[in-house]
Ligand binder design. Structure first.
Ligand SMILES: [Zn+2]
Length: 183
């Protein structure tokens, strides 16, 4: 696809800058840097499990995913995560912890740097499907449906890891051996 200089409108040409092939203006110093987009995903804890939504839009139409989405240019990522939760699962969510950062590499569109949070429903908030969801539901971690995106599966693995670390703090006393199971 042809791109044009944002300063002078001329067609960009390929140049090598800092060892990368980039599109740049032949007449001035404009370079079309391909930056990643920033997204968030939130593991929202609720009574009985975590909240997922079933998507009514592509990508991932008809499949389940975590609430989250792209960060607007003027938003703090945590604020964007809370906004996306309100839009997608219809609930006020309180963020509790940064789970980690993930990366989705793409060739033809912008890659994504994702920021994953753990949160919980604020107060007695109820959940309801936003305009981009068919339905929302609370799922036990050991009974999750098929998750739409590999990146969201990665976030759920981060969440499992964080839960395991907080559930088993380092201890000086060895765990008691499990008695043999009797039939
Ligand atoms: Zn130019």
């Amino acid at each position: 696809m042809a791109h044009f200089c944002l300063r002078c409108g001329r067609p960009l040409v390929l140049r090598i800058i800092e060892g990368r092939e980039v599109e740049a203006c032949p007449d001035d110093d404009f370079v079309l840097w391909r930056d990643p987009k920033v997204a968030t995903a939130v593991v929202v804890e609720a009574e009985g499990g975590i909240v997922l939504g079933r998507r009514s839009i592509e990508p991932g139409y008809g499949e389940w995913c975590l609430p989250g989405g792209f960060v607007n240019h003027d938003e703090d990522p945590a604020g964007a995560a809370v906004r996306e939760c309100l839009e997608e699962i219809g609930a006020d969510v309180e963020l509790l912890e940064l789970l980690g950062v993930y990366h989705v590499a793409k060739m033809t569109t912008s890659s994504i740097v994702g920021i994953a949070y753990r949160g919980r429903l604020a107060g007695r908030a109820a959940i309801s499907a936003g305009s981009e969801m068919f339905e929302v539901g609370v799922f036990r971690l050991d009974a999750l449906p098929e998750i739409a995106f590999p990146s969201h599966r990665q976030v759920l693995a981060m969440y499992d890891g964080a839960a395991a670390r907080s559930a088993s703090p380092p201890s000086a006393t060895p765990a008691r051996p499990t008695p043999p199971r009797t039939r």
